[in-house]
Ligand binder design. Sequence first.
Ligand code: F6P
Length: 554
Amino acid sequence: MQTGQTNTEGHTRLDQLPQWHALAKHREELGEAGLRELFERDADRAARYVVQVGDLHVDYSKHLVTDETLRLLRELAEAVGVAGLRDAMFRGEKINLTERRAVLHTALRAPRDAVIEVDGEKVVPLVHAVLDRMSAFADRVRSGEWTGHTGLPIRTVVNIGIGGSDLGPAMAYEALRPYTRRDLDFRFVSNVDGADLHEALRDLDPAQTLFIVASKTFTTIETITNATAAKRWLLDGLGAGPSAVARHFVALSTNAEAVGAFGIDTANMFEFWDWVGGRYSLDSAIGLSLMTAIGPDGFREMLDGFRLVDDHFRTAPVEANAPLLMGLLGVWYGGFHDAQSHAVLPYSHYLSKFTAYLQQLDMESNGKSVDREGRPVDWQTGPVVWGTPGTNGQHAYYQLLHQGTRMIPADLIGFARPVEELGPLAGQHDLLMANLFAQGQALAFGKTADEVRAEGVPEEQVPHRTFRGDHPTTTLLATELSPSVLGQLIALYEHKVFVQGAVWDIDSFDQWGVELGKVLAKRIEPALTDGTPVPGLDSSTSALVAEYRALRGR
Ligand code: F6P
């Protein structure tokens, strides 16, 4: 393991920086100072440790930090050049080093008059031209003007994609359900398990079904396999020839050639570009299913929300820069508290897929163990991101959050107003939010042994009923979950992940870790189907393959 080296540009490795050492020393000095003590020492921290970003109220007072911790973290961010890398990203520089690509999801929500260039080409006009085409198409589907092969309007839209070509639109569709056209049905198919497509299609009428095949590369095996099966289902169901495909299939891709080869007319393709990473692609053509659901105006409102946080990230001072703060807090816990994971706990049923979406955003970006120069890192990088909506988690895994042995920082996300159409059920909202606030309080401040004793609890039970506390949380509050607020939330996390990657000195924009499994699966499949020997297969996997074939009676 190489440490203490400088790279060719002369920058010192993270764990050799004086700012890193200062944080380590500071951590020692803080010792076991817990949140009760920190709140006692600093009476107005609840008022000071808050940032407002657009509609998002970000409260980070329940963190194991002091003004000094925050100052040292900001100095670290400055020493590693987070702001410089951020500006390079916004300018369109090729900061995705291993793929030699610009990282410009921010251009997807740039205003029409913004000027951003990649290889000398102005990209904002391209973005808006596609958005305009998407809007016209979405309007035609929504109005019933776009008809299927038999002349009937579309009733169901099925998005076929995986990873970034699925999670974004699927999550956002769920999040914005109250804003969707309730008379249109939207389904999302991703898994290569035939059960996914089977369940999505079993009650559908092909004559009124539109498939959106979403794939940046248009080579992803899961998507192409499902799209091929969907095409077969459609043509069989309609009893029609390949010409029917044009009325029932559109493609979202960067790869016009592969789209054409698949049999989709490239006139029905909505394009995007290699400078849009899959996990950052919701704002691109990949959002077409969402746009059809919520309408072009709702989609643009969501883009405005993203842009608001982009502007904040670019211009807000370091002390009040929410993505910077959230990113640095994660660096603090991973680097100096040995935290292994991060829970995202939305107190909104509509955000049921939000954490799954963030898993790809965060873990595919920062699940890396070599630095930008390819040298092994000696510090923790991306955490395991997990969580489900409260209050369900409270009756499942919160036990471990409260009384387990691990440090698990968490984000609690909630909204002041319930969705209007809930009618009398809106009355349950205060109870939902009371749970959010109660959990933040319990996690932070726990319950001491003396407090337990004072309740008359028998001594032998006291340790079991004591809550250590000191579990840090960020509370994110907004008035309501609108398209703009969803955009703001996603952009906040995108930039938080960026900050962490910048500090950890890793390439947050490639994803080579998904490749090996893909290659091996391709090699193994023929062995399962017809027993073709796989050269170099290890003995364990070989035995499993044999067992599988025996169980299948092959
Ligand atoms: O396998 C990982 C990945 O490349 C993701 O990064 C991406 O979002 C997903 O596959 C889908 O890729 P595509 O849009 O090219 O089908």
